[in-house]
Design a protein around this ligand. Structure first.
Ligand SMILES: NC(=O)c1ccc[n+]([C@@H]2O[C@H](COP(=O)([O-])OP(=O)(O)OC[C@H]3O[C@@H](n4cnc5c(N)ncnc54)[C@H](O)[C@@H]3O)[C@@H](O)[C@H]2O)c1
Length: 280
């Protein structure tokens, strides 16, 4: 028996990183998956590329190789109609949605009084409105079905504390936790559990691109992971610079499982002691 046998999970940002890891973990635990990502391209105000359609295909193939069903959906989480189309395709092929992982997001750096309005809007549109859009598209079918379910919103330690150089990101991630609290109040009576997950630094493209390394090792030219690992380690109390996507997926799978059936309305840090160290 898997932790989520027979359930159907919608995962945004499933093309790579944590989203792919969550999709594969949930499939390994018995779920079919609606795998959503943007299918390539770039947000102009961030300096790295988003996952390609080929990345999403890799996720889908890996789910199918486990004997689970997958529906591939290209959608921009900034668009409610894109997400509604993804949900509708998933419902018509897989029949229901039990789990929503609203995980897609971008990273970026900037001092609050210097960042452009476009930087601010791109971040809020993807990392906050995109999370609401995923929930908004999927929830009516879950409420109407009346069988309960589980929603996990990806926040961050930046949803619990403030990091300099991330006003837009921190505001969006705090917003995600506010959204989770309201959703847990509104959906509890429908037996739909809603929680947020708050990882510390995770080893994904969102933090491994050049701008991050330059910020964390300003004295180095073309810094490498070794040059920045001490700076990242200083954020945590466990002696680790970052965690892996699979570490977050373990917590996601547990939150989705019946073992967590009364866990509802929490922001769960998976953070190596990062937020406790800062008094959160
Ligand atoms: N990496 C970290 O250190 C870290 C820490 C805490 C929280 N998070 C959060 O975890 C989530 C996943 O990020 P990750 O670390 O796996 O990074 P990632 O860049 O590897 O993955 C993000 C995924 O989201 C997708 N995406 C981005 N914008 C999209 C859009 N508009 N529409 C559809 N898909 C879109 C990307 O294509 C990509 O597949 C994000 O919400 C991020 O803010 C990351």
């Amino acid at each position: 028996m898997g932790l989520v046998d027979g359930r159907v999970a919608l995962v945004t940002g499933a093309g790579r990183g944590q989203g792919r890891s969550h999709a594969l973990k949930l499939a390994a635990e018995g779920a079919d998956v609606i795998a959503v990502d943007i299918g390539g391209g770039q947000v102009e105000t961030i300096s790295y590329e988003l996952a390609s359609e080929a990345d999403l295909d890799t996720t889908v193939s890996a789910i199918e190789a486990m004997g689970r069903r997958a529906v591939k959906a290209i959608a921009d989480v900034r668009s409610l109609s894109d997400l509604q189309a993804a949900v509708d395709a998933g419902l018509s092929e897989l029949g229901k949605i039990d789990i929503v992982c609203a995980n897609a997001g971008i990273g970026g750096w900037g001092v609050c009084w210097e960042m452009s309005a476009q930087q601010w809007h791109d971040m809020i549109d993807i990392n906050l409105t995109g999370v609401w859009n995923a929930a908004r598209a999927a929830l009516p079918s879950m409420v109407e079905r009346g069988e309960g379910g589980c929603v996990i919103l990806t926040s961050s330690t930046a949803g619990l504390i403030g990091y300099a150089n991330t006003a837009h990101y921190t505001a969006a991630k705090h917003g995600v936790i506010g959204l989770m609290k309201v959703m847990s109040a509104e959906l509890g009576p429908h037996r739909i559990r809603v929680n947020a997950i708050c990882p510390t630094t995770v080893n994904t493209q969102l933090v491994t691109y050049d701008a991050t390394s330059e910020l964390f090792a300003p004295d180095k030219t073309n810094p490498r992971p070794d040059d920045v690992s001490d700076a990242f380690t200083s954020l945590n109390s466990l002696p680790i610079p970052w965690i892996e996507p699979a570490d977050v997926s373990e917590a996601v799978a547990w939150l989705c499982s019946d073992a967590a059936r009364y866990v509802h309305g929490i922001a769960l840090p998976v953070d190596g002691g990062n937020t406790a160290k800062k008094g959160s």
